[in-house]
Design a protein around this ligand. Structure first.
Ligand code: CDP
Ligand code: MG
Length: 439
C-alpha cells in the first residue's frame, strides 16, 4: 500500500514525496476513507504512528481554495508547542496548495493574533483558552467551521480545559464533522464523545493504551528521590547511548531540582522547560533539543503528549506518573516513526500502586533491573517523602512476583467501546443515561 493508492491529489502526493514518505501508516490507511465519507471519527493508534497526517490528509484533500475570511477547519490541541508543531506539519503538506493556516495560543500578544485571524484563514490551530478569548472578541467567527479536530483531548481535561472545550463546542455550527485522535482513552473523553459526537466511527489501529513494541521498557526500584538522582547521574555517566534524552519530573519545582542536580555533573548539557518558562524560552529549548544541540531536556507532563521530536534515544521517568495514560504518552516520545527507543522508569515503594496501574493498562510487566553496583543510596529525604510515615511504607503488600498481576477493577481501562456506560456507573455509583446526541 502506498500513498498513491489513497485518493489524494498531486499537490499532496508531491508534498509527501518531498518529505520522503511513500507508505501510509495503518491508522492513516484506515482513517482516510472514513473521514472522506463525512462521518465523525474517533481514531485510536499508538504514539508516533502518524495520527496527525491521518486526519490532515483527508482534510486537506477536501479543502478547496477560498477567499472567505472565516476558518473552515478548526484543530484544538492542549499546548502551545503542539500548535507550533501542527502548523509546521500543515505548512509542509500544503507546499503546493493555496491554503491559509494560522496558529493561536496563550502567553503571546492577543492583538497580533487578532490581526492574523482578521486577515483571513482556512485552517485555525489553537489551544482552548486563547481560542475562547478570540471567539469572544468577535474577531473570530466559528460559524463556518465544517471540520473540528480534537487532538490529545485527555490532556485538555488534565489541564482543566473542560469548560473551555464545552464553550467551543457550543460556538460551533451543529452541522459539522468531529474528529478525535488519541493513543489512550479515558472515561471522561468517552463521555464527551457521547455528548458532542454524532454516531462516530471508531477506527482503532490497536487497543487504547498499548505501548509501542519498539520501545524497550526498563524499571528500577529506588528508595527515594535523591537515590533516583544518583541513579540518573550514574546512567548518564556510564551509558553513552544516552544521546537525546527526555527526562520527566512530577512538578515544575522537581524538574528544576533535577536540572540543578544535573548541572553539577553535566554542565550545560541539559535544559529544563515547564509552564513557568517564557514562551520564547520554551520554543528555543525544544528547537535546540530537536537539533541535537543539547544532550537532554528535563520537563513536566507539559511535553508528555503529542510532541514529535525525532530520534529521542531515551525517555526517563524520574517519577512514576499517577495516571497510567500519562506514562504511555511520556514513553511515546521515543520509538517514533519506526525508530527504536528506550524508556526507563524509576519507582519508589510509595509509587508501587501507580506502577501496577501502568502495567495493568498495558497488560504487560516492565522488566526490573537491579540498581547498579556501588550506587550511593541516599538517606536524604525530600519534603513529600518525609510526610510519608515510615510504618505505612513497611506495611505495603509485597510486590507481586512471577505472572502478570490480577487486574484491579478500578484499573480496568481497556476496551472502552460499549462498556463505558458500565464504567461510568461504577464511577458514579448509579445508573447514568447518556445525554441525547446532538444532530
Ligand atoms: O500523533 P502520533 O503520536 O500518532 O504521531 P505523529 O505526531 O503524527 O508523528 C508521526 C511521525 O511519523 C512524524 O514524524 C511524521 O513525520 C512521521 N510519518 C508519518 O506521520 N506518516 C508516514 N507515512 C511516515 C512518517
Ligand atoms: Mg499526535
Amino acid at each position: 500500500m502506498t500513498f498513491e493508492n489513497l485518493n489524494l491529489n498531486s499537490a499532496l502526493l508531491n508534498a509527501l514525496h518531498d518529505l520522503g514518505f511513500t507508505q501510509p501508516t495503518p491508522i492513516q490507511q484506515k482513517v482516510f476513507s472514513v473521514v472522506m465519507s463525512g462521518r465523525d471519527v474517533v481514531g485510536v493508534a499508538q504514539t508516533g504512528t502518524g495520527k496527525t497526517f491521518a486526519y490532515l490528509l483527508p482534510i486537506l484533500r477536501q479543502l478547496t481554495f477560498s477567499s472567505q475570511k472565516e476558518p473552515r477547519v478548526l484543530i484544538v490541541v492542549p499546548t502551545r508547542e503542539l500548535v507550533i508543531q501542527l502548523v509546521g506539519e500543515i505548512k509542509k503538506l500544503t507546499t503546493y496548495l493555496n491554503i491559509r493556516v494560522e496558529g493561536v495560543y496563550g502567553g503571546t500578544n492577543i492583538n497580533t493574533q487578532k490581526q492574523l485571524v482578521a486577515n483571513g484563514l482556512d485552517i485555525l490551530v489553537a489551544t482552548p483558552g486563547r481560542l475562547v478569548d478570540l471567539a469572544l472578541t468577535r474577531v473570530l467567527s466559528l460559524k463556518h467551521i465544517r471540520q473540528f479536530v480534537i487532538d490529545e483531548v485527555d490532556e485538555m481535561f488534565n489541564l482543566g480545559f473542560r469548560a473551555q472545550l464545552t464553550n467551543i463546542l457550543d460556538l460551533l455550527p451543529r452541522k459539522r464533522q468531529n474528529l478525535l485522535f488519541s493513543a489512550t482513552m479515558t472515561e471522561e473523553v468517552d463521555e464527551l464523545i457521547g455528548i458532542f459526537f454524532n454516531a462516530p466511527v471508531n477506527v482503532e489501529a490497536v487497543r487504547a493504551g498499548t505501548p509501542l513494541e519498539r520501545i524497550e521498557q526498563r524499571l528500577y526500584h529506588a528508595p527515594n528521590f535523591h537515590t533516583k538522582i544518583n541513579l540518573l547521574k550514574h546512567l548518564l555517566a556510564t551509558d553513552d547511548t544516552m544521546q537525546k534524552v527526555l527526562i520527566f519530573g512530577p512538578t515544575k519545582r522537581m524538574a528544576d531540582l533535577i536540572h540543578e542536580q544535573l548541572e553539577i555533573d553535566f554542565p550545560d548539557q541539559f535544559d529544563v522547560i515547564h509552564a513557568n518558562k517564557s514562551q520564547n524560552f520554551r520554543m528555543n529549548a525544544v528547537a535546540k533539543f530537536e537539533k541535537g544541540l543539547c544532550r537532554g531536556l528535563i520537563t513536566t507532563d507539559l511535553l508528555a503528549r503529542g510532541l514529535d521530536v525525532s530520534d529521542v534515544t531515551h525517555v526517563i521517568n524520574v517519577d512514576t506518573p499517577a495516571e497510567p495514560e500519562t506514562y504511555i504518552h511520556r514513553i511515546g516520545r521515543t520509538g517514533r516513526a519506526d525508530r527504536d527507543g528506550i524508556a526507563i522508569l524509576f519507582s519508589t515503594d510509595a509509587e508501587h500502586d501507580a506502577q501496577t496501574a501502568i502495567e495493568t493498562l498495558m497488560e504487560k510487566e516492565i522488566p526490573v533491573l537491579p540498581l547498579p553496583e556501588g550506587l550511593a543510596i541516599s538517606e536524604q529525604l525530600i519534603e513529600s517523602e518525609r510526610s510519608v510515615i515510615p510504618e505505612i511504607q513497611l506495611k505495603l503488600p509485597p510486590r507481586p512476583v512471577g505472572a502478570f498481576h490480577e487486574k484491579k477493577a478500578k484499573n480496568k481501562k481497556v476496551n472502552l467501546g460499549n462498556k463505558t456506560k458500565h464504567l461510568r456507573e461504577m464511577k458514579y455509583k448509579k445508573p447514568i443515561k447518556k445525554a441525547p446526541k446532538r444532530k
